[in-house]
Design a protein around this ligand. Sequence first.
Ligand code: TMP
Length: 409
Amino acid sequence: MPEAQICRASGAPLTVVLDLGQQPLGNGFRAPDDTSAEYTYWLRCGFSEVSSLFQLIEQPDPAVMFHDAYAFRSSTSAGMRAHFQAHAERIIDERLGDRTDPFVVELGCNDGIWLRHFADRGIRHAGIEPTGEPAEAARAAGVDVVQEFFTADLGTRLRAEHGPAAVIYAANVMCHIPDIRGVADGIAALLDDDGLLVFEDPYLGDVIRLGSYDQIYDEHVFLFSALSVQAIFADAGLELIDLEPLVTHGGSMRYTLGRHGRHAPRPAVAQILEQERLQGLDRTDTYLSFAQRVRASATALLEALQRARAAGHTVAAYGATSKSTTIYAYAGITSEHIDVILDNTPNKIGLVSPGAHIPVVDEAEFQTRRPGVTFLSAWNHQREIVQRHAWYAAQGGVWLTHVPEVHEL
Ligand code: TMP
């Protein structure tokens, strides 16, 4: 089990800033009759002021998390499908328009939610996806898949086989890869001289602002800021040329980088770097006070669920998310507090949640079960879910969220 008391980017010593205790795998949904011992690890976060990089101290082996039956599917949300289509079309129009036969690479293409738009237009591409079932889904969508983890070596091999990449893209993947220096080297080897690296991940600035500590789980070995991305990629000769805050995943940032000196950075880069310094994202004490807010949030949520029970309500959660695993394990929430988790992912329905062992049922059961209180565990899809189920609040159902603090919607 890889453990880092030193920063994975800079090699500097880490200060432990947050301890979320023993946790099961965030995506470790399992059969209700599975009595085998559950894998757990110690979820602690470290910070280094050298790189400004917020990271897990201990992370389960990637092969344990990203296996062939990996349950997460990008395309379960209509909002995410629209988000990736709009971005793919923008890249094609703005970045590929004047290029002859460009080559586009996506790291962690999952079920092809982004890359299928390139495949549809006959653009040369490669989707790097180590997990079997998502890779199969991407192939079915017409995407050319390389079923491996991305490494420095694979970057070099892809360039030898296909030539340099005009665009390398990754969505909610870069923050999953512990060997971030190896990835930076692979990207530097693969990227065309005037090519672009574009990636988006949950944004540390939003996690601190919103108290969304559920963004912290085994798969997210890093939560990036612009300050840390700048530091990580500098050694590979890449610099930030654009930054775009996004609403996806409850607050993300899209980072665009190019080879040093090849592009004029947009004004957003200097602006957001300054804003991050003002927010204290480069200071250890910011994370120590965040840890205190996290403890208070977990206690308040447990108490709200206990009050719902005491009032005689049935209680559900909406969204069998990896994120909520962190909350349930840290706050001590179990099937005593939440009866069922509603979800629309076919391969999660019928399983129980990691650690807490709360049954996952088809979201279609929301109407028939009519829980008195529903914890919006997929809070990052709040608009989509609450609007679609407007009947619920209209009939007196209560939505509960923990973001930015525990309250009823
Ligand atoms: P995510 O927060 O990692 O995107 O996961 C969201 C989970 O919520 C995923 O398991 C799918 C589920 N979901 C629903 O069940 N219904 C919905 O309407 C949406 C948007 C998501």
